[in-house]
Design a protein around this ligand. Structure first.
Ligand code: F0G
Length: 416
């Protein structure tokens, strides 16, 4: 039987207990399984034959009744071999795991399918989260599918337009908070403690992390049960890097995969408490009071899962790096133009981070690297339009088009 366990003091809680932080020491919880339970799941033959998706791994998830699963067909995203970008960055082999291919356009759907299924199992009627955008879009969609009431708190004026439109159209109660994400999360934590009937689905909820660990399982399966040398992940509230690591360590303990990847977290320079702590060899983070970056998804100064993320980075002998807004936007453009993959700015930070770590020699040219791109480019069309060349406007007339395409000059040269 699966149970919840404190990552600090080891206190245990039942799988159906609604508890967000350890009651004894206040630290984060994670889902644990009896070893025999996971080993049993591994032996069941069906999962290897099932199509790639989060629910291919249902026997490794803490969900008891498969008939109540709330799914929009999440997971099974492409692991794109990027030969042209690899050459550009001077790396032996580079894959991009493109999470923008999920139903609401981000990796959050992996966590929400499990988190909202758990909400249904628990019999709650309303769900809530604070979000920089993608979590709210995802929760709103899964709550709609499950027929649950949904409220989302977002930092006023600081979420990308695509994400806002999603939360609104899926019918969530959208509350814009005058403040940043950290303040919105703080208030939603207090609210869900006070109103116990409202179920909190931020990534402190360990059922979210269970869904997201499928990202690790999937990368492993897509590489024919091999681990890459390194996985580079954008880090915000720090749930995802911890989840991917959990997926890999579980598969490693079960003998599915023989080695483990170095987990490498990338943060935006203006919101980088974890990267700073790793670089300075510190045991805790110093929260950033006023985080700032063009990558609004990771504009977070006090990541709630910082301890899990730092454990993942240190246990895996990985590292962390910061990237500037200019480096993020440059990487976003390069990925789109060299590989045809349009991702949102926060996602491109993994590519920008790889470039930086290659240039400073921390990543070797012979490594096999997977960069995770976490959200679709259409989430934030404003930034993409702002940084691209403006379209030209001409009359619907052939000579005007020839001029715009520079064909007239070519004809003149040929005629000479
Ligand atoms: N990339 C994107 C596109 C995100 O939306 C987020 C987080 C991250 C990376 C960072 O992931 O928090 O697990 O370290 N977005 C959250 C949200 C905070 O509210 O949508 P993390």
């Amino acid at each position: 039987m699966a149970y919840q366990k404190c990552i600090n003091c080891g206190s245990e809680y039942g799988i159906d207990e609604i508890v967000y932080f350890c009651k004894k020491c206040g630290d984060l919880l994670e889902i644990k399984y009896e070893r025999s339970e996971l080993a049993g799941a591994l032996k069941k033959s069906q999962w290897r034959d099932a199509p790639l998706s989060v629910w291919r791994y249902r026997d490794f998830m803490p969900i008891s009744d498969p008939s109540r699963i709330v799914s929009l067909n999440e997971g099974g995203t492409g692991l794109h071999l990027c030969k042209r970008l690899a050459k550009h960055l001077g790396i032996r082999q580079l894959y991009v795991k493109n999470e923008g291919e999920n139903p609401t356009g981000s990796f959050k759907d992996r966590g929400m399918t499990v988190g909202v299924t758990k909400a249904v199992e628990l019999g709650v009627k309303s769900v809530i989260c604070a979000s920089t955008g993608n979590t709210s879009a995802s929760l709103a969609a899964y709550a709609a599918k499950a027929g649950l009431q949904c409220a989302v708190l977002i930092p006023s004026g600081k979420i990308a337009y695509g994400k806002l439109s999603q939360a609104m159209i899926y019918g969530a109660k959208v509350i814009q908070v005058r403040g940043n994400f950290d303040q919105a999360l703080d208030v939603v934590l207090k609210l869900s403690e006070k109103h116990r009937s409202i179920y909190l689905l931020n990534s402190i909820n360990p059922f979210r992390i269970e869904g997201q660990k499928s990202l690790g399982y999937e990368i492993c399966d897509q590489l024919n049960q091999e681990a890459p040398d390194r996985i580079v992940v954008p880090v915000g509230n720090a749930g995802n890097i911890s989840a991917i690591w959990k997926g890999f360590t579980e598969f490693h303990e079960l003998g599915v995969v023989k080695s483990l990847p170095k987990m490498t977290g990338i943060q935006a320079a203006g919101s980088a408490p974890i990267a700073q702590a790793i670089k300075n060899g510190m045991d805790t983070i110093v929260p950033v009071a006023a985080p700032e970056t063009v990558a609004t998804a990771i504009r977070i100064g006090a990541p709630v899962s910082w301890k899990k993320a730092m454990n993942a980075i240190r246990e895996s002998h990985g590292t962390a790096e910061t990237v500037t807004d200019a480096e993020i936007l440059d990487a976003q453009k390069t990925l789109a133009r060299v590989e045809g993959l349009f991702v949102e700015p926060a996602s491109a930070s993994s590519i920008a981070g790889l470039k930086k770590l290659r240039e400073n020699g921390e990543i070797d040219k012979d490594e096999r690297v997977v960069c995770v791109t976490t959200g679709h480019g259409l989430k934030d069309p404003d930034t993409a339009v702002k940084m691209s060349e403006k379209p030209v406007e001409v009359d619907a007339e052939i000579t005007a088009i020839e001029e715009a395409l520079g064909l007239k000059k070519q004809i003149a040269v040929l005629a000479r």
